[in-house]
Write a protein that binds this ligand. Structure first.
Ligand code: SAM
Length: 298
């Protein structure tokens, strides 16, 4: 296994779990040891100097703070669930975004957290326990098998879809390219293309499925990939279906200036973070629809 060298230029982001602690108290405590400021974009996100070691910091160990990067923290914030809503996290382990949703909803309403992989369900449950959220129900199974017509989902009004992706926007995945099998060439290239095609096929299916839930008003789609095939291409291919359901693309974090690659009309609504400039390559798309009651869905 490759171990990522410490990135001395990347700020350390921590998200305050407001279910357990308020932001001002967290800052007061952290300032005893670190220089801390608030992020200007994501509420409850704090920035510490690069190299700040928080792995055994008591507030991290007890779930008052989560070590969560800026781009990752932008996803649940883009969905902006309201307290009291019923929200579905379609692909949820290890659960960082699930418990972020719980905090944004102030511990009220209901979150359904779906996860296919049994081992990862355990990690999800650990994260939920650590966060102290009490309104999350774990569904162990395939999101694609959840029936949108099932009354259990008739009140789901927002879905967070963060499906399996290539991870090409994260440091660990970039290090893979140092492995001889990747450097060697052709065989690895074909495997990579096949893998990307498979991932993209799943991502499109999962996104179309998310958009088919009858009461859903907001769907956020995110990846930690820099590949157009997992990002803009997925959105472009699902857009006609989305529009047929009454959805349009909205602009998450309109003040953020890195947007989608200009490969279709409307891609300026999409959000990208840059592998070099932002130190990680994430992608976020937000679908919204108004007047869901007038659509005649049954
Ligand atoms: N949102 C998570 C977080 O922020 O902590 C990370 C999610 S990770 C990118 C994708 C997850 O989706 C993996 O845990 C994977 O096992 C799960 N997954 C893949 N296919 C799935 C499916 N068909 N239904 C439900 N979960 C699935």
């Amino acid at each position: 296994d490759l171990i990522a060298p410490p990135d001395v230029t990347k700020p350390r982001y921590v998200r305050v779990n407001t279910l357990k602690m308020d932001v001002d108290s967290a800052m007061l405590e952290l300032r005893k040891q670190f220089v801390v400021k608030k992020d200007d974009l994501v509420p409850d996100l704090l920035i510490l100097p690069p190299g700040s070691d928080l792995h055994d910091y008591p507030l991290v160990m007890n779930g008052s703070l989560f070590l969560q990067g800026k781009a990752s923290s932008m996803v649940a914030a883009a969905l902006a669930p309201k307290p009291g809503w019923k929200v579905l996290d379609a692909c949820s382990a290890p659960g960082n975004k699930t418990v972020h949703l719980a905090a944004l909803m102030k511990g009220t309403g209901r979150i359904l957290a779906c996860e296919l992989n049994k081992e990862r369900v355990k990690r999800l449950e650990d994260t939920i326990r650590l966060s102290s959220a009490s309104n999350i129900e774990v569904l162990h199974g395939d999101f694609l098998n959840l029936d949108p017509k099932d009354p259990a989902y008739s009140e789901v009004c927002a879905i967070l879809l963060d499906p399996s992706c290539s991870g090409s926007g994260t440091a660990a995945e970039r290090l893979d390219y140092l492995l001889p099998s990747h450097a060697a060439g052709h065989a690895a290239d074909i495997t990579d293309v096949e893998r990307l095609n498979k991932l993209a096929a799943f991502q499109k299916k999962a996104l179309a499925h998310a958009l088919s839930f009858p009461a859903v008003e907001r769907v956020v789609y995110s990846t930690c990939s820099i590949n157009q095939i997992e990002n803009e291409d997925v959105i472009k291919s699902v857009l006609p279906v989305a529009e047929s359901y009454g959805f349009r693309l909205a602009t998450p974090f309109a003040q953020w200036n890195r947007r989608g690659l200009p490969v279709f009309e409307g891609s300026e609504h999409l959000l990208r973070t840059d592998l070099v400039e932002d130190k990680e390559g994430f992608f976020i798309a937000l679908f919204v629809r108004e007047n869901v009651d007038n659509l005649g869905n049954s």
